[in-house]
Ligand binder design. Structure first.
Ligand SMILES: [Mg+2]
Length: 176
């Protein structure tokens, strides 16, 4: 059985620009590219799981999201394909959605399809909805401090046992 990382995009891999629509605004969080390369070398499958409610709210289109993702991939400069799967949930929080985090639906589907070992899978993100998507899918969860919450804010949220890392690179450095 395989192992995998399920990764939030905004605030985890790239800076959260809040409703990012312009590929020119994509900025990698430092250390992300070598960390992804290390995770891949360790045998982890890599999946993006991103909520893009700006689509559902009419602020930008799904095409804009794809163009921003393409720009991120270009900046990463890693061998293609970088991702084993990309899940974009375009609904706003008040619209019905199968995949919008904290829904575990995408993770569960990939766990089945790719025969992943839940005990060796992680959901990594900067918001509680990321953590909850991971826990709802019964995988490990790791929080980063490069987006919505800093370390003090995560502590104040009172999530006992939650693994909190300064950034994605610090998380990947702990993987074996
Ligand atoms: Mg995020």
């Amino acid at each position: 059985m395989s192992k995998a990382l399920f990764l939030d995009r905004d605030g985890t891999l790239i800076l959260d620009k809040h409703y990012l629509a312009d590929p020119a605004g994509v900025e990698l969080i430092p250390g992300v590219a070598p960390a992804l390369a290390r995770a891949r070398a360790l045998g982890y499958r890599l999946f993006i799981v991103t909520n893009q409610s700006g689509v559902g709210r009419g602020y930008y289109t799904l095409d804009d999201v794809h163009r921003c993702n393409a720009r991120m991939d270009e900046l990463l400069g890693l061998p293609r394909p970088i991702w084993d799967g990309v899940c974009i949930a375009p609904e706003s929080s008040d619209q019905p959605s199968r995949y919008r985090k904290p829904s575990p639906a995408y993770l569960q589907e990939m766990i089945t399809e790719h025969r992943l070992d839940r005990a060796q899978c992680w959901m990594v993100g900067d918001r509680e909805s990321d953590i909850d998507a991971g826990l709802n899918a019964q995988v490990n969860a790791a929080a980063v401090c490069t987006g919505k919450h800093d370390a003090a804010a995560w502590a104040a949220l009172g999530r006992p046992g939650l693994a909190v890392f300064p950034d994605f690179a610090a998380f990947v450095a702990t993987l074996r």
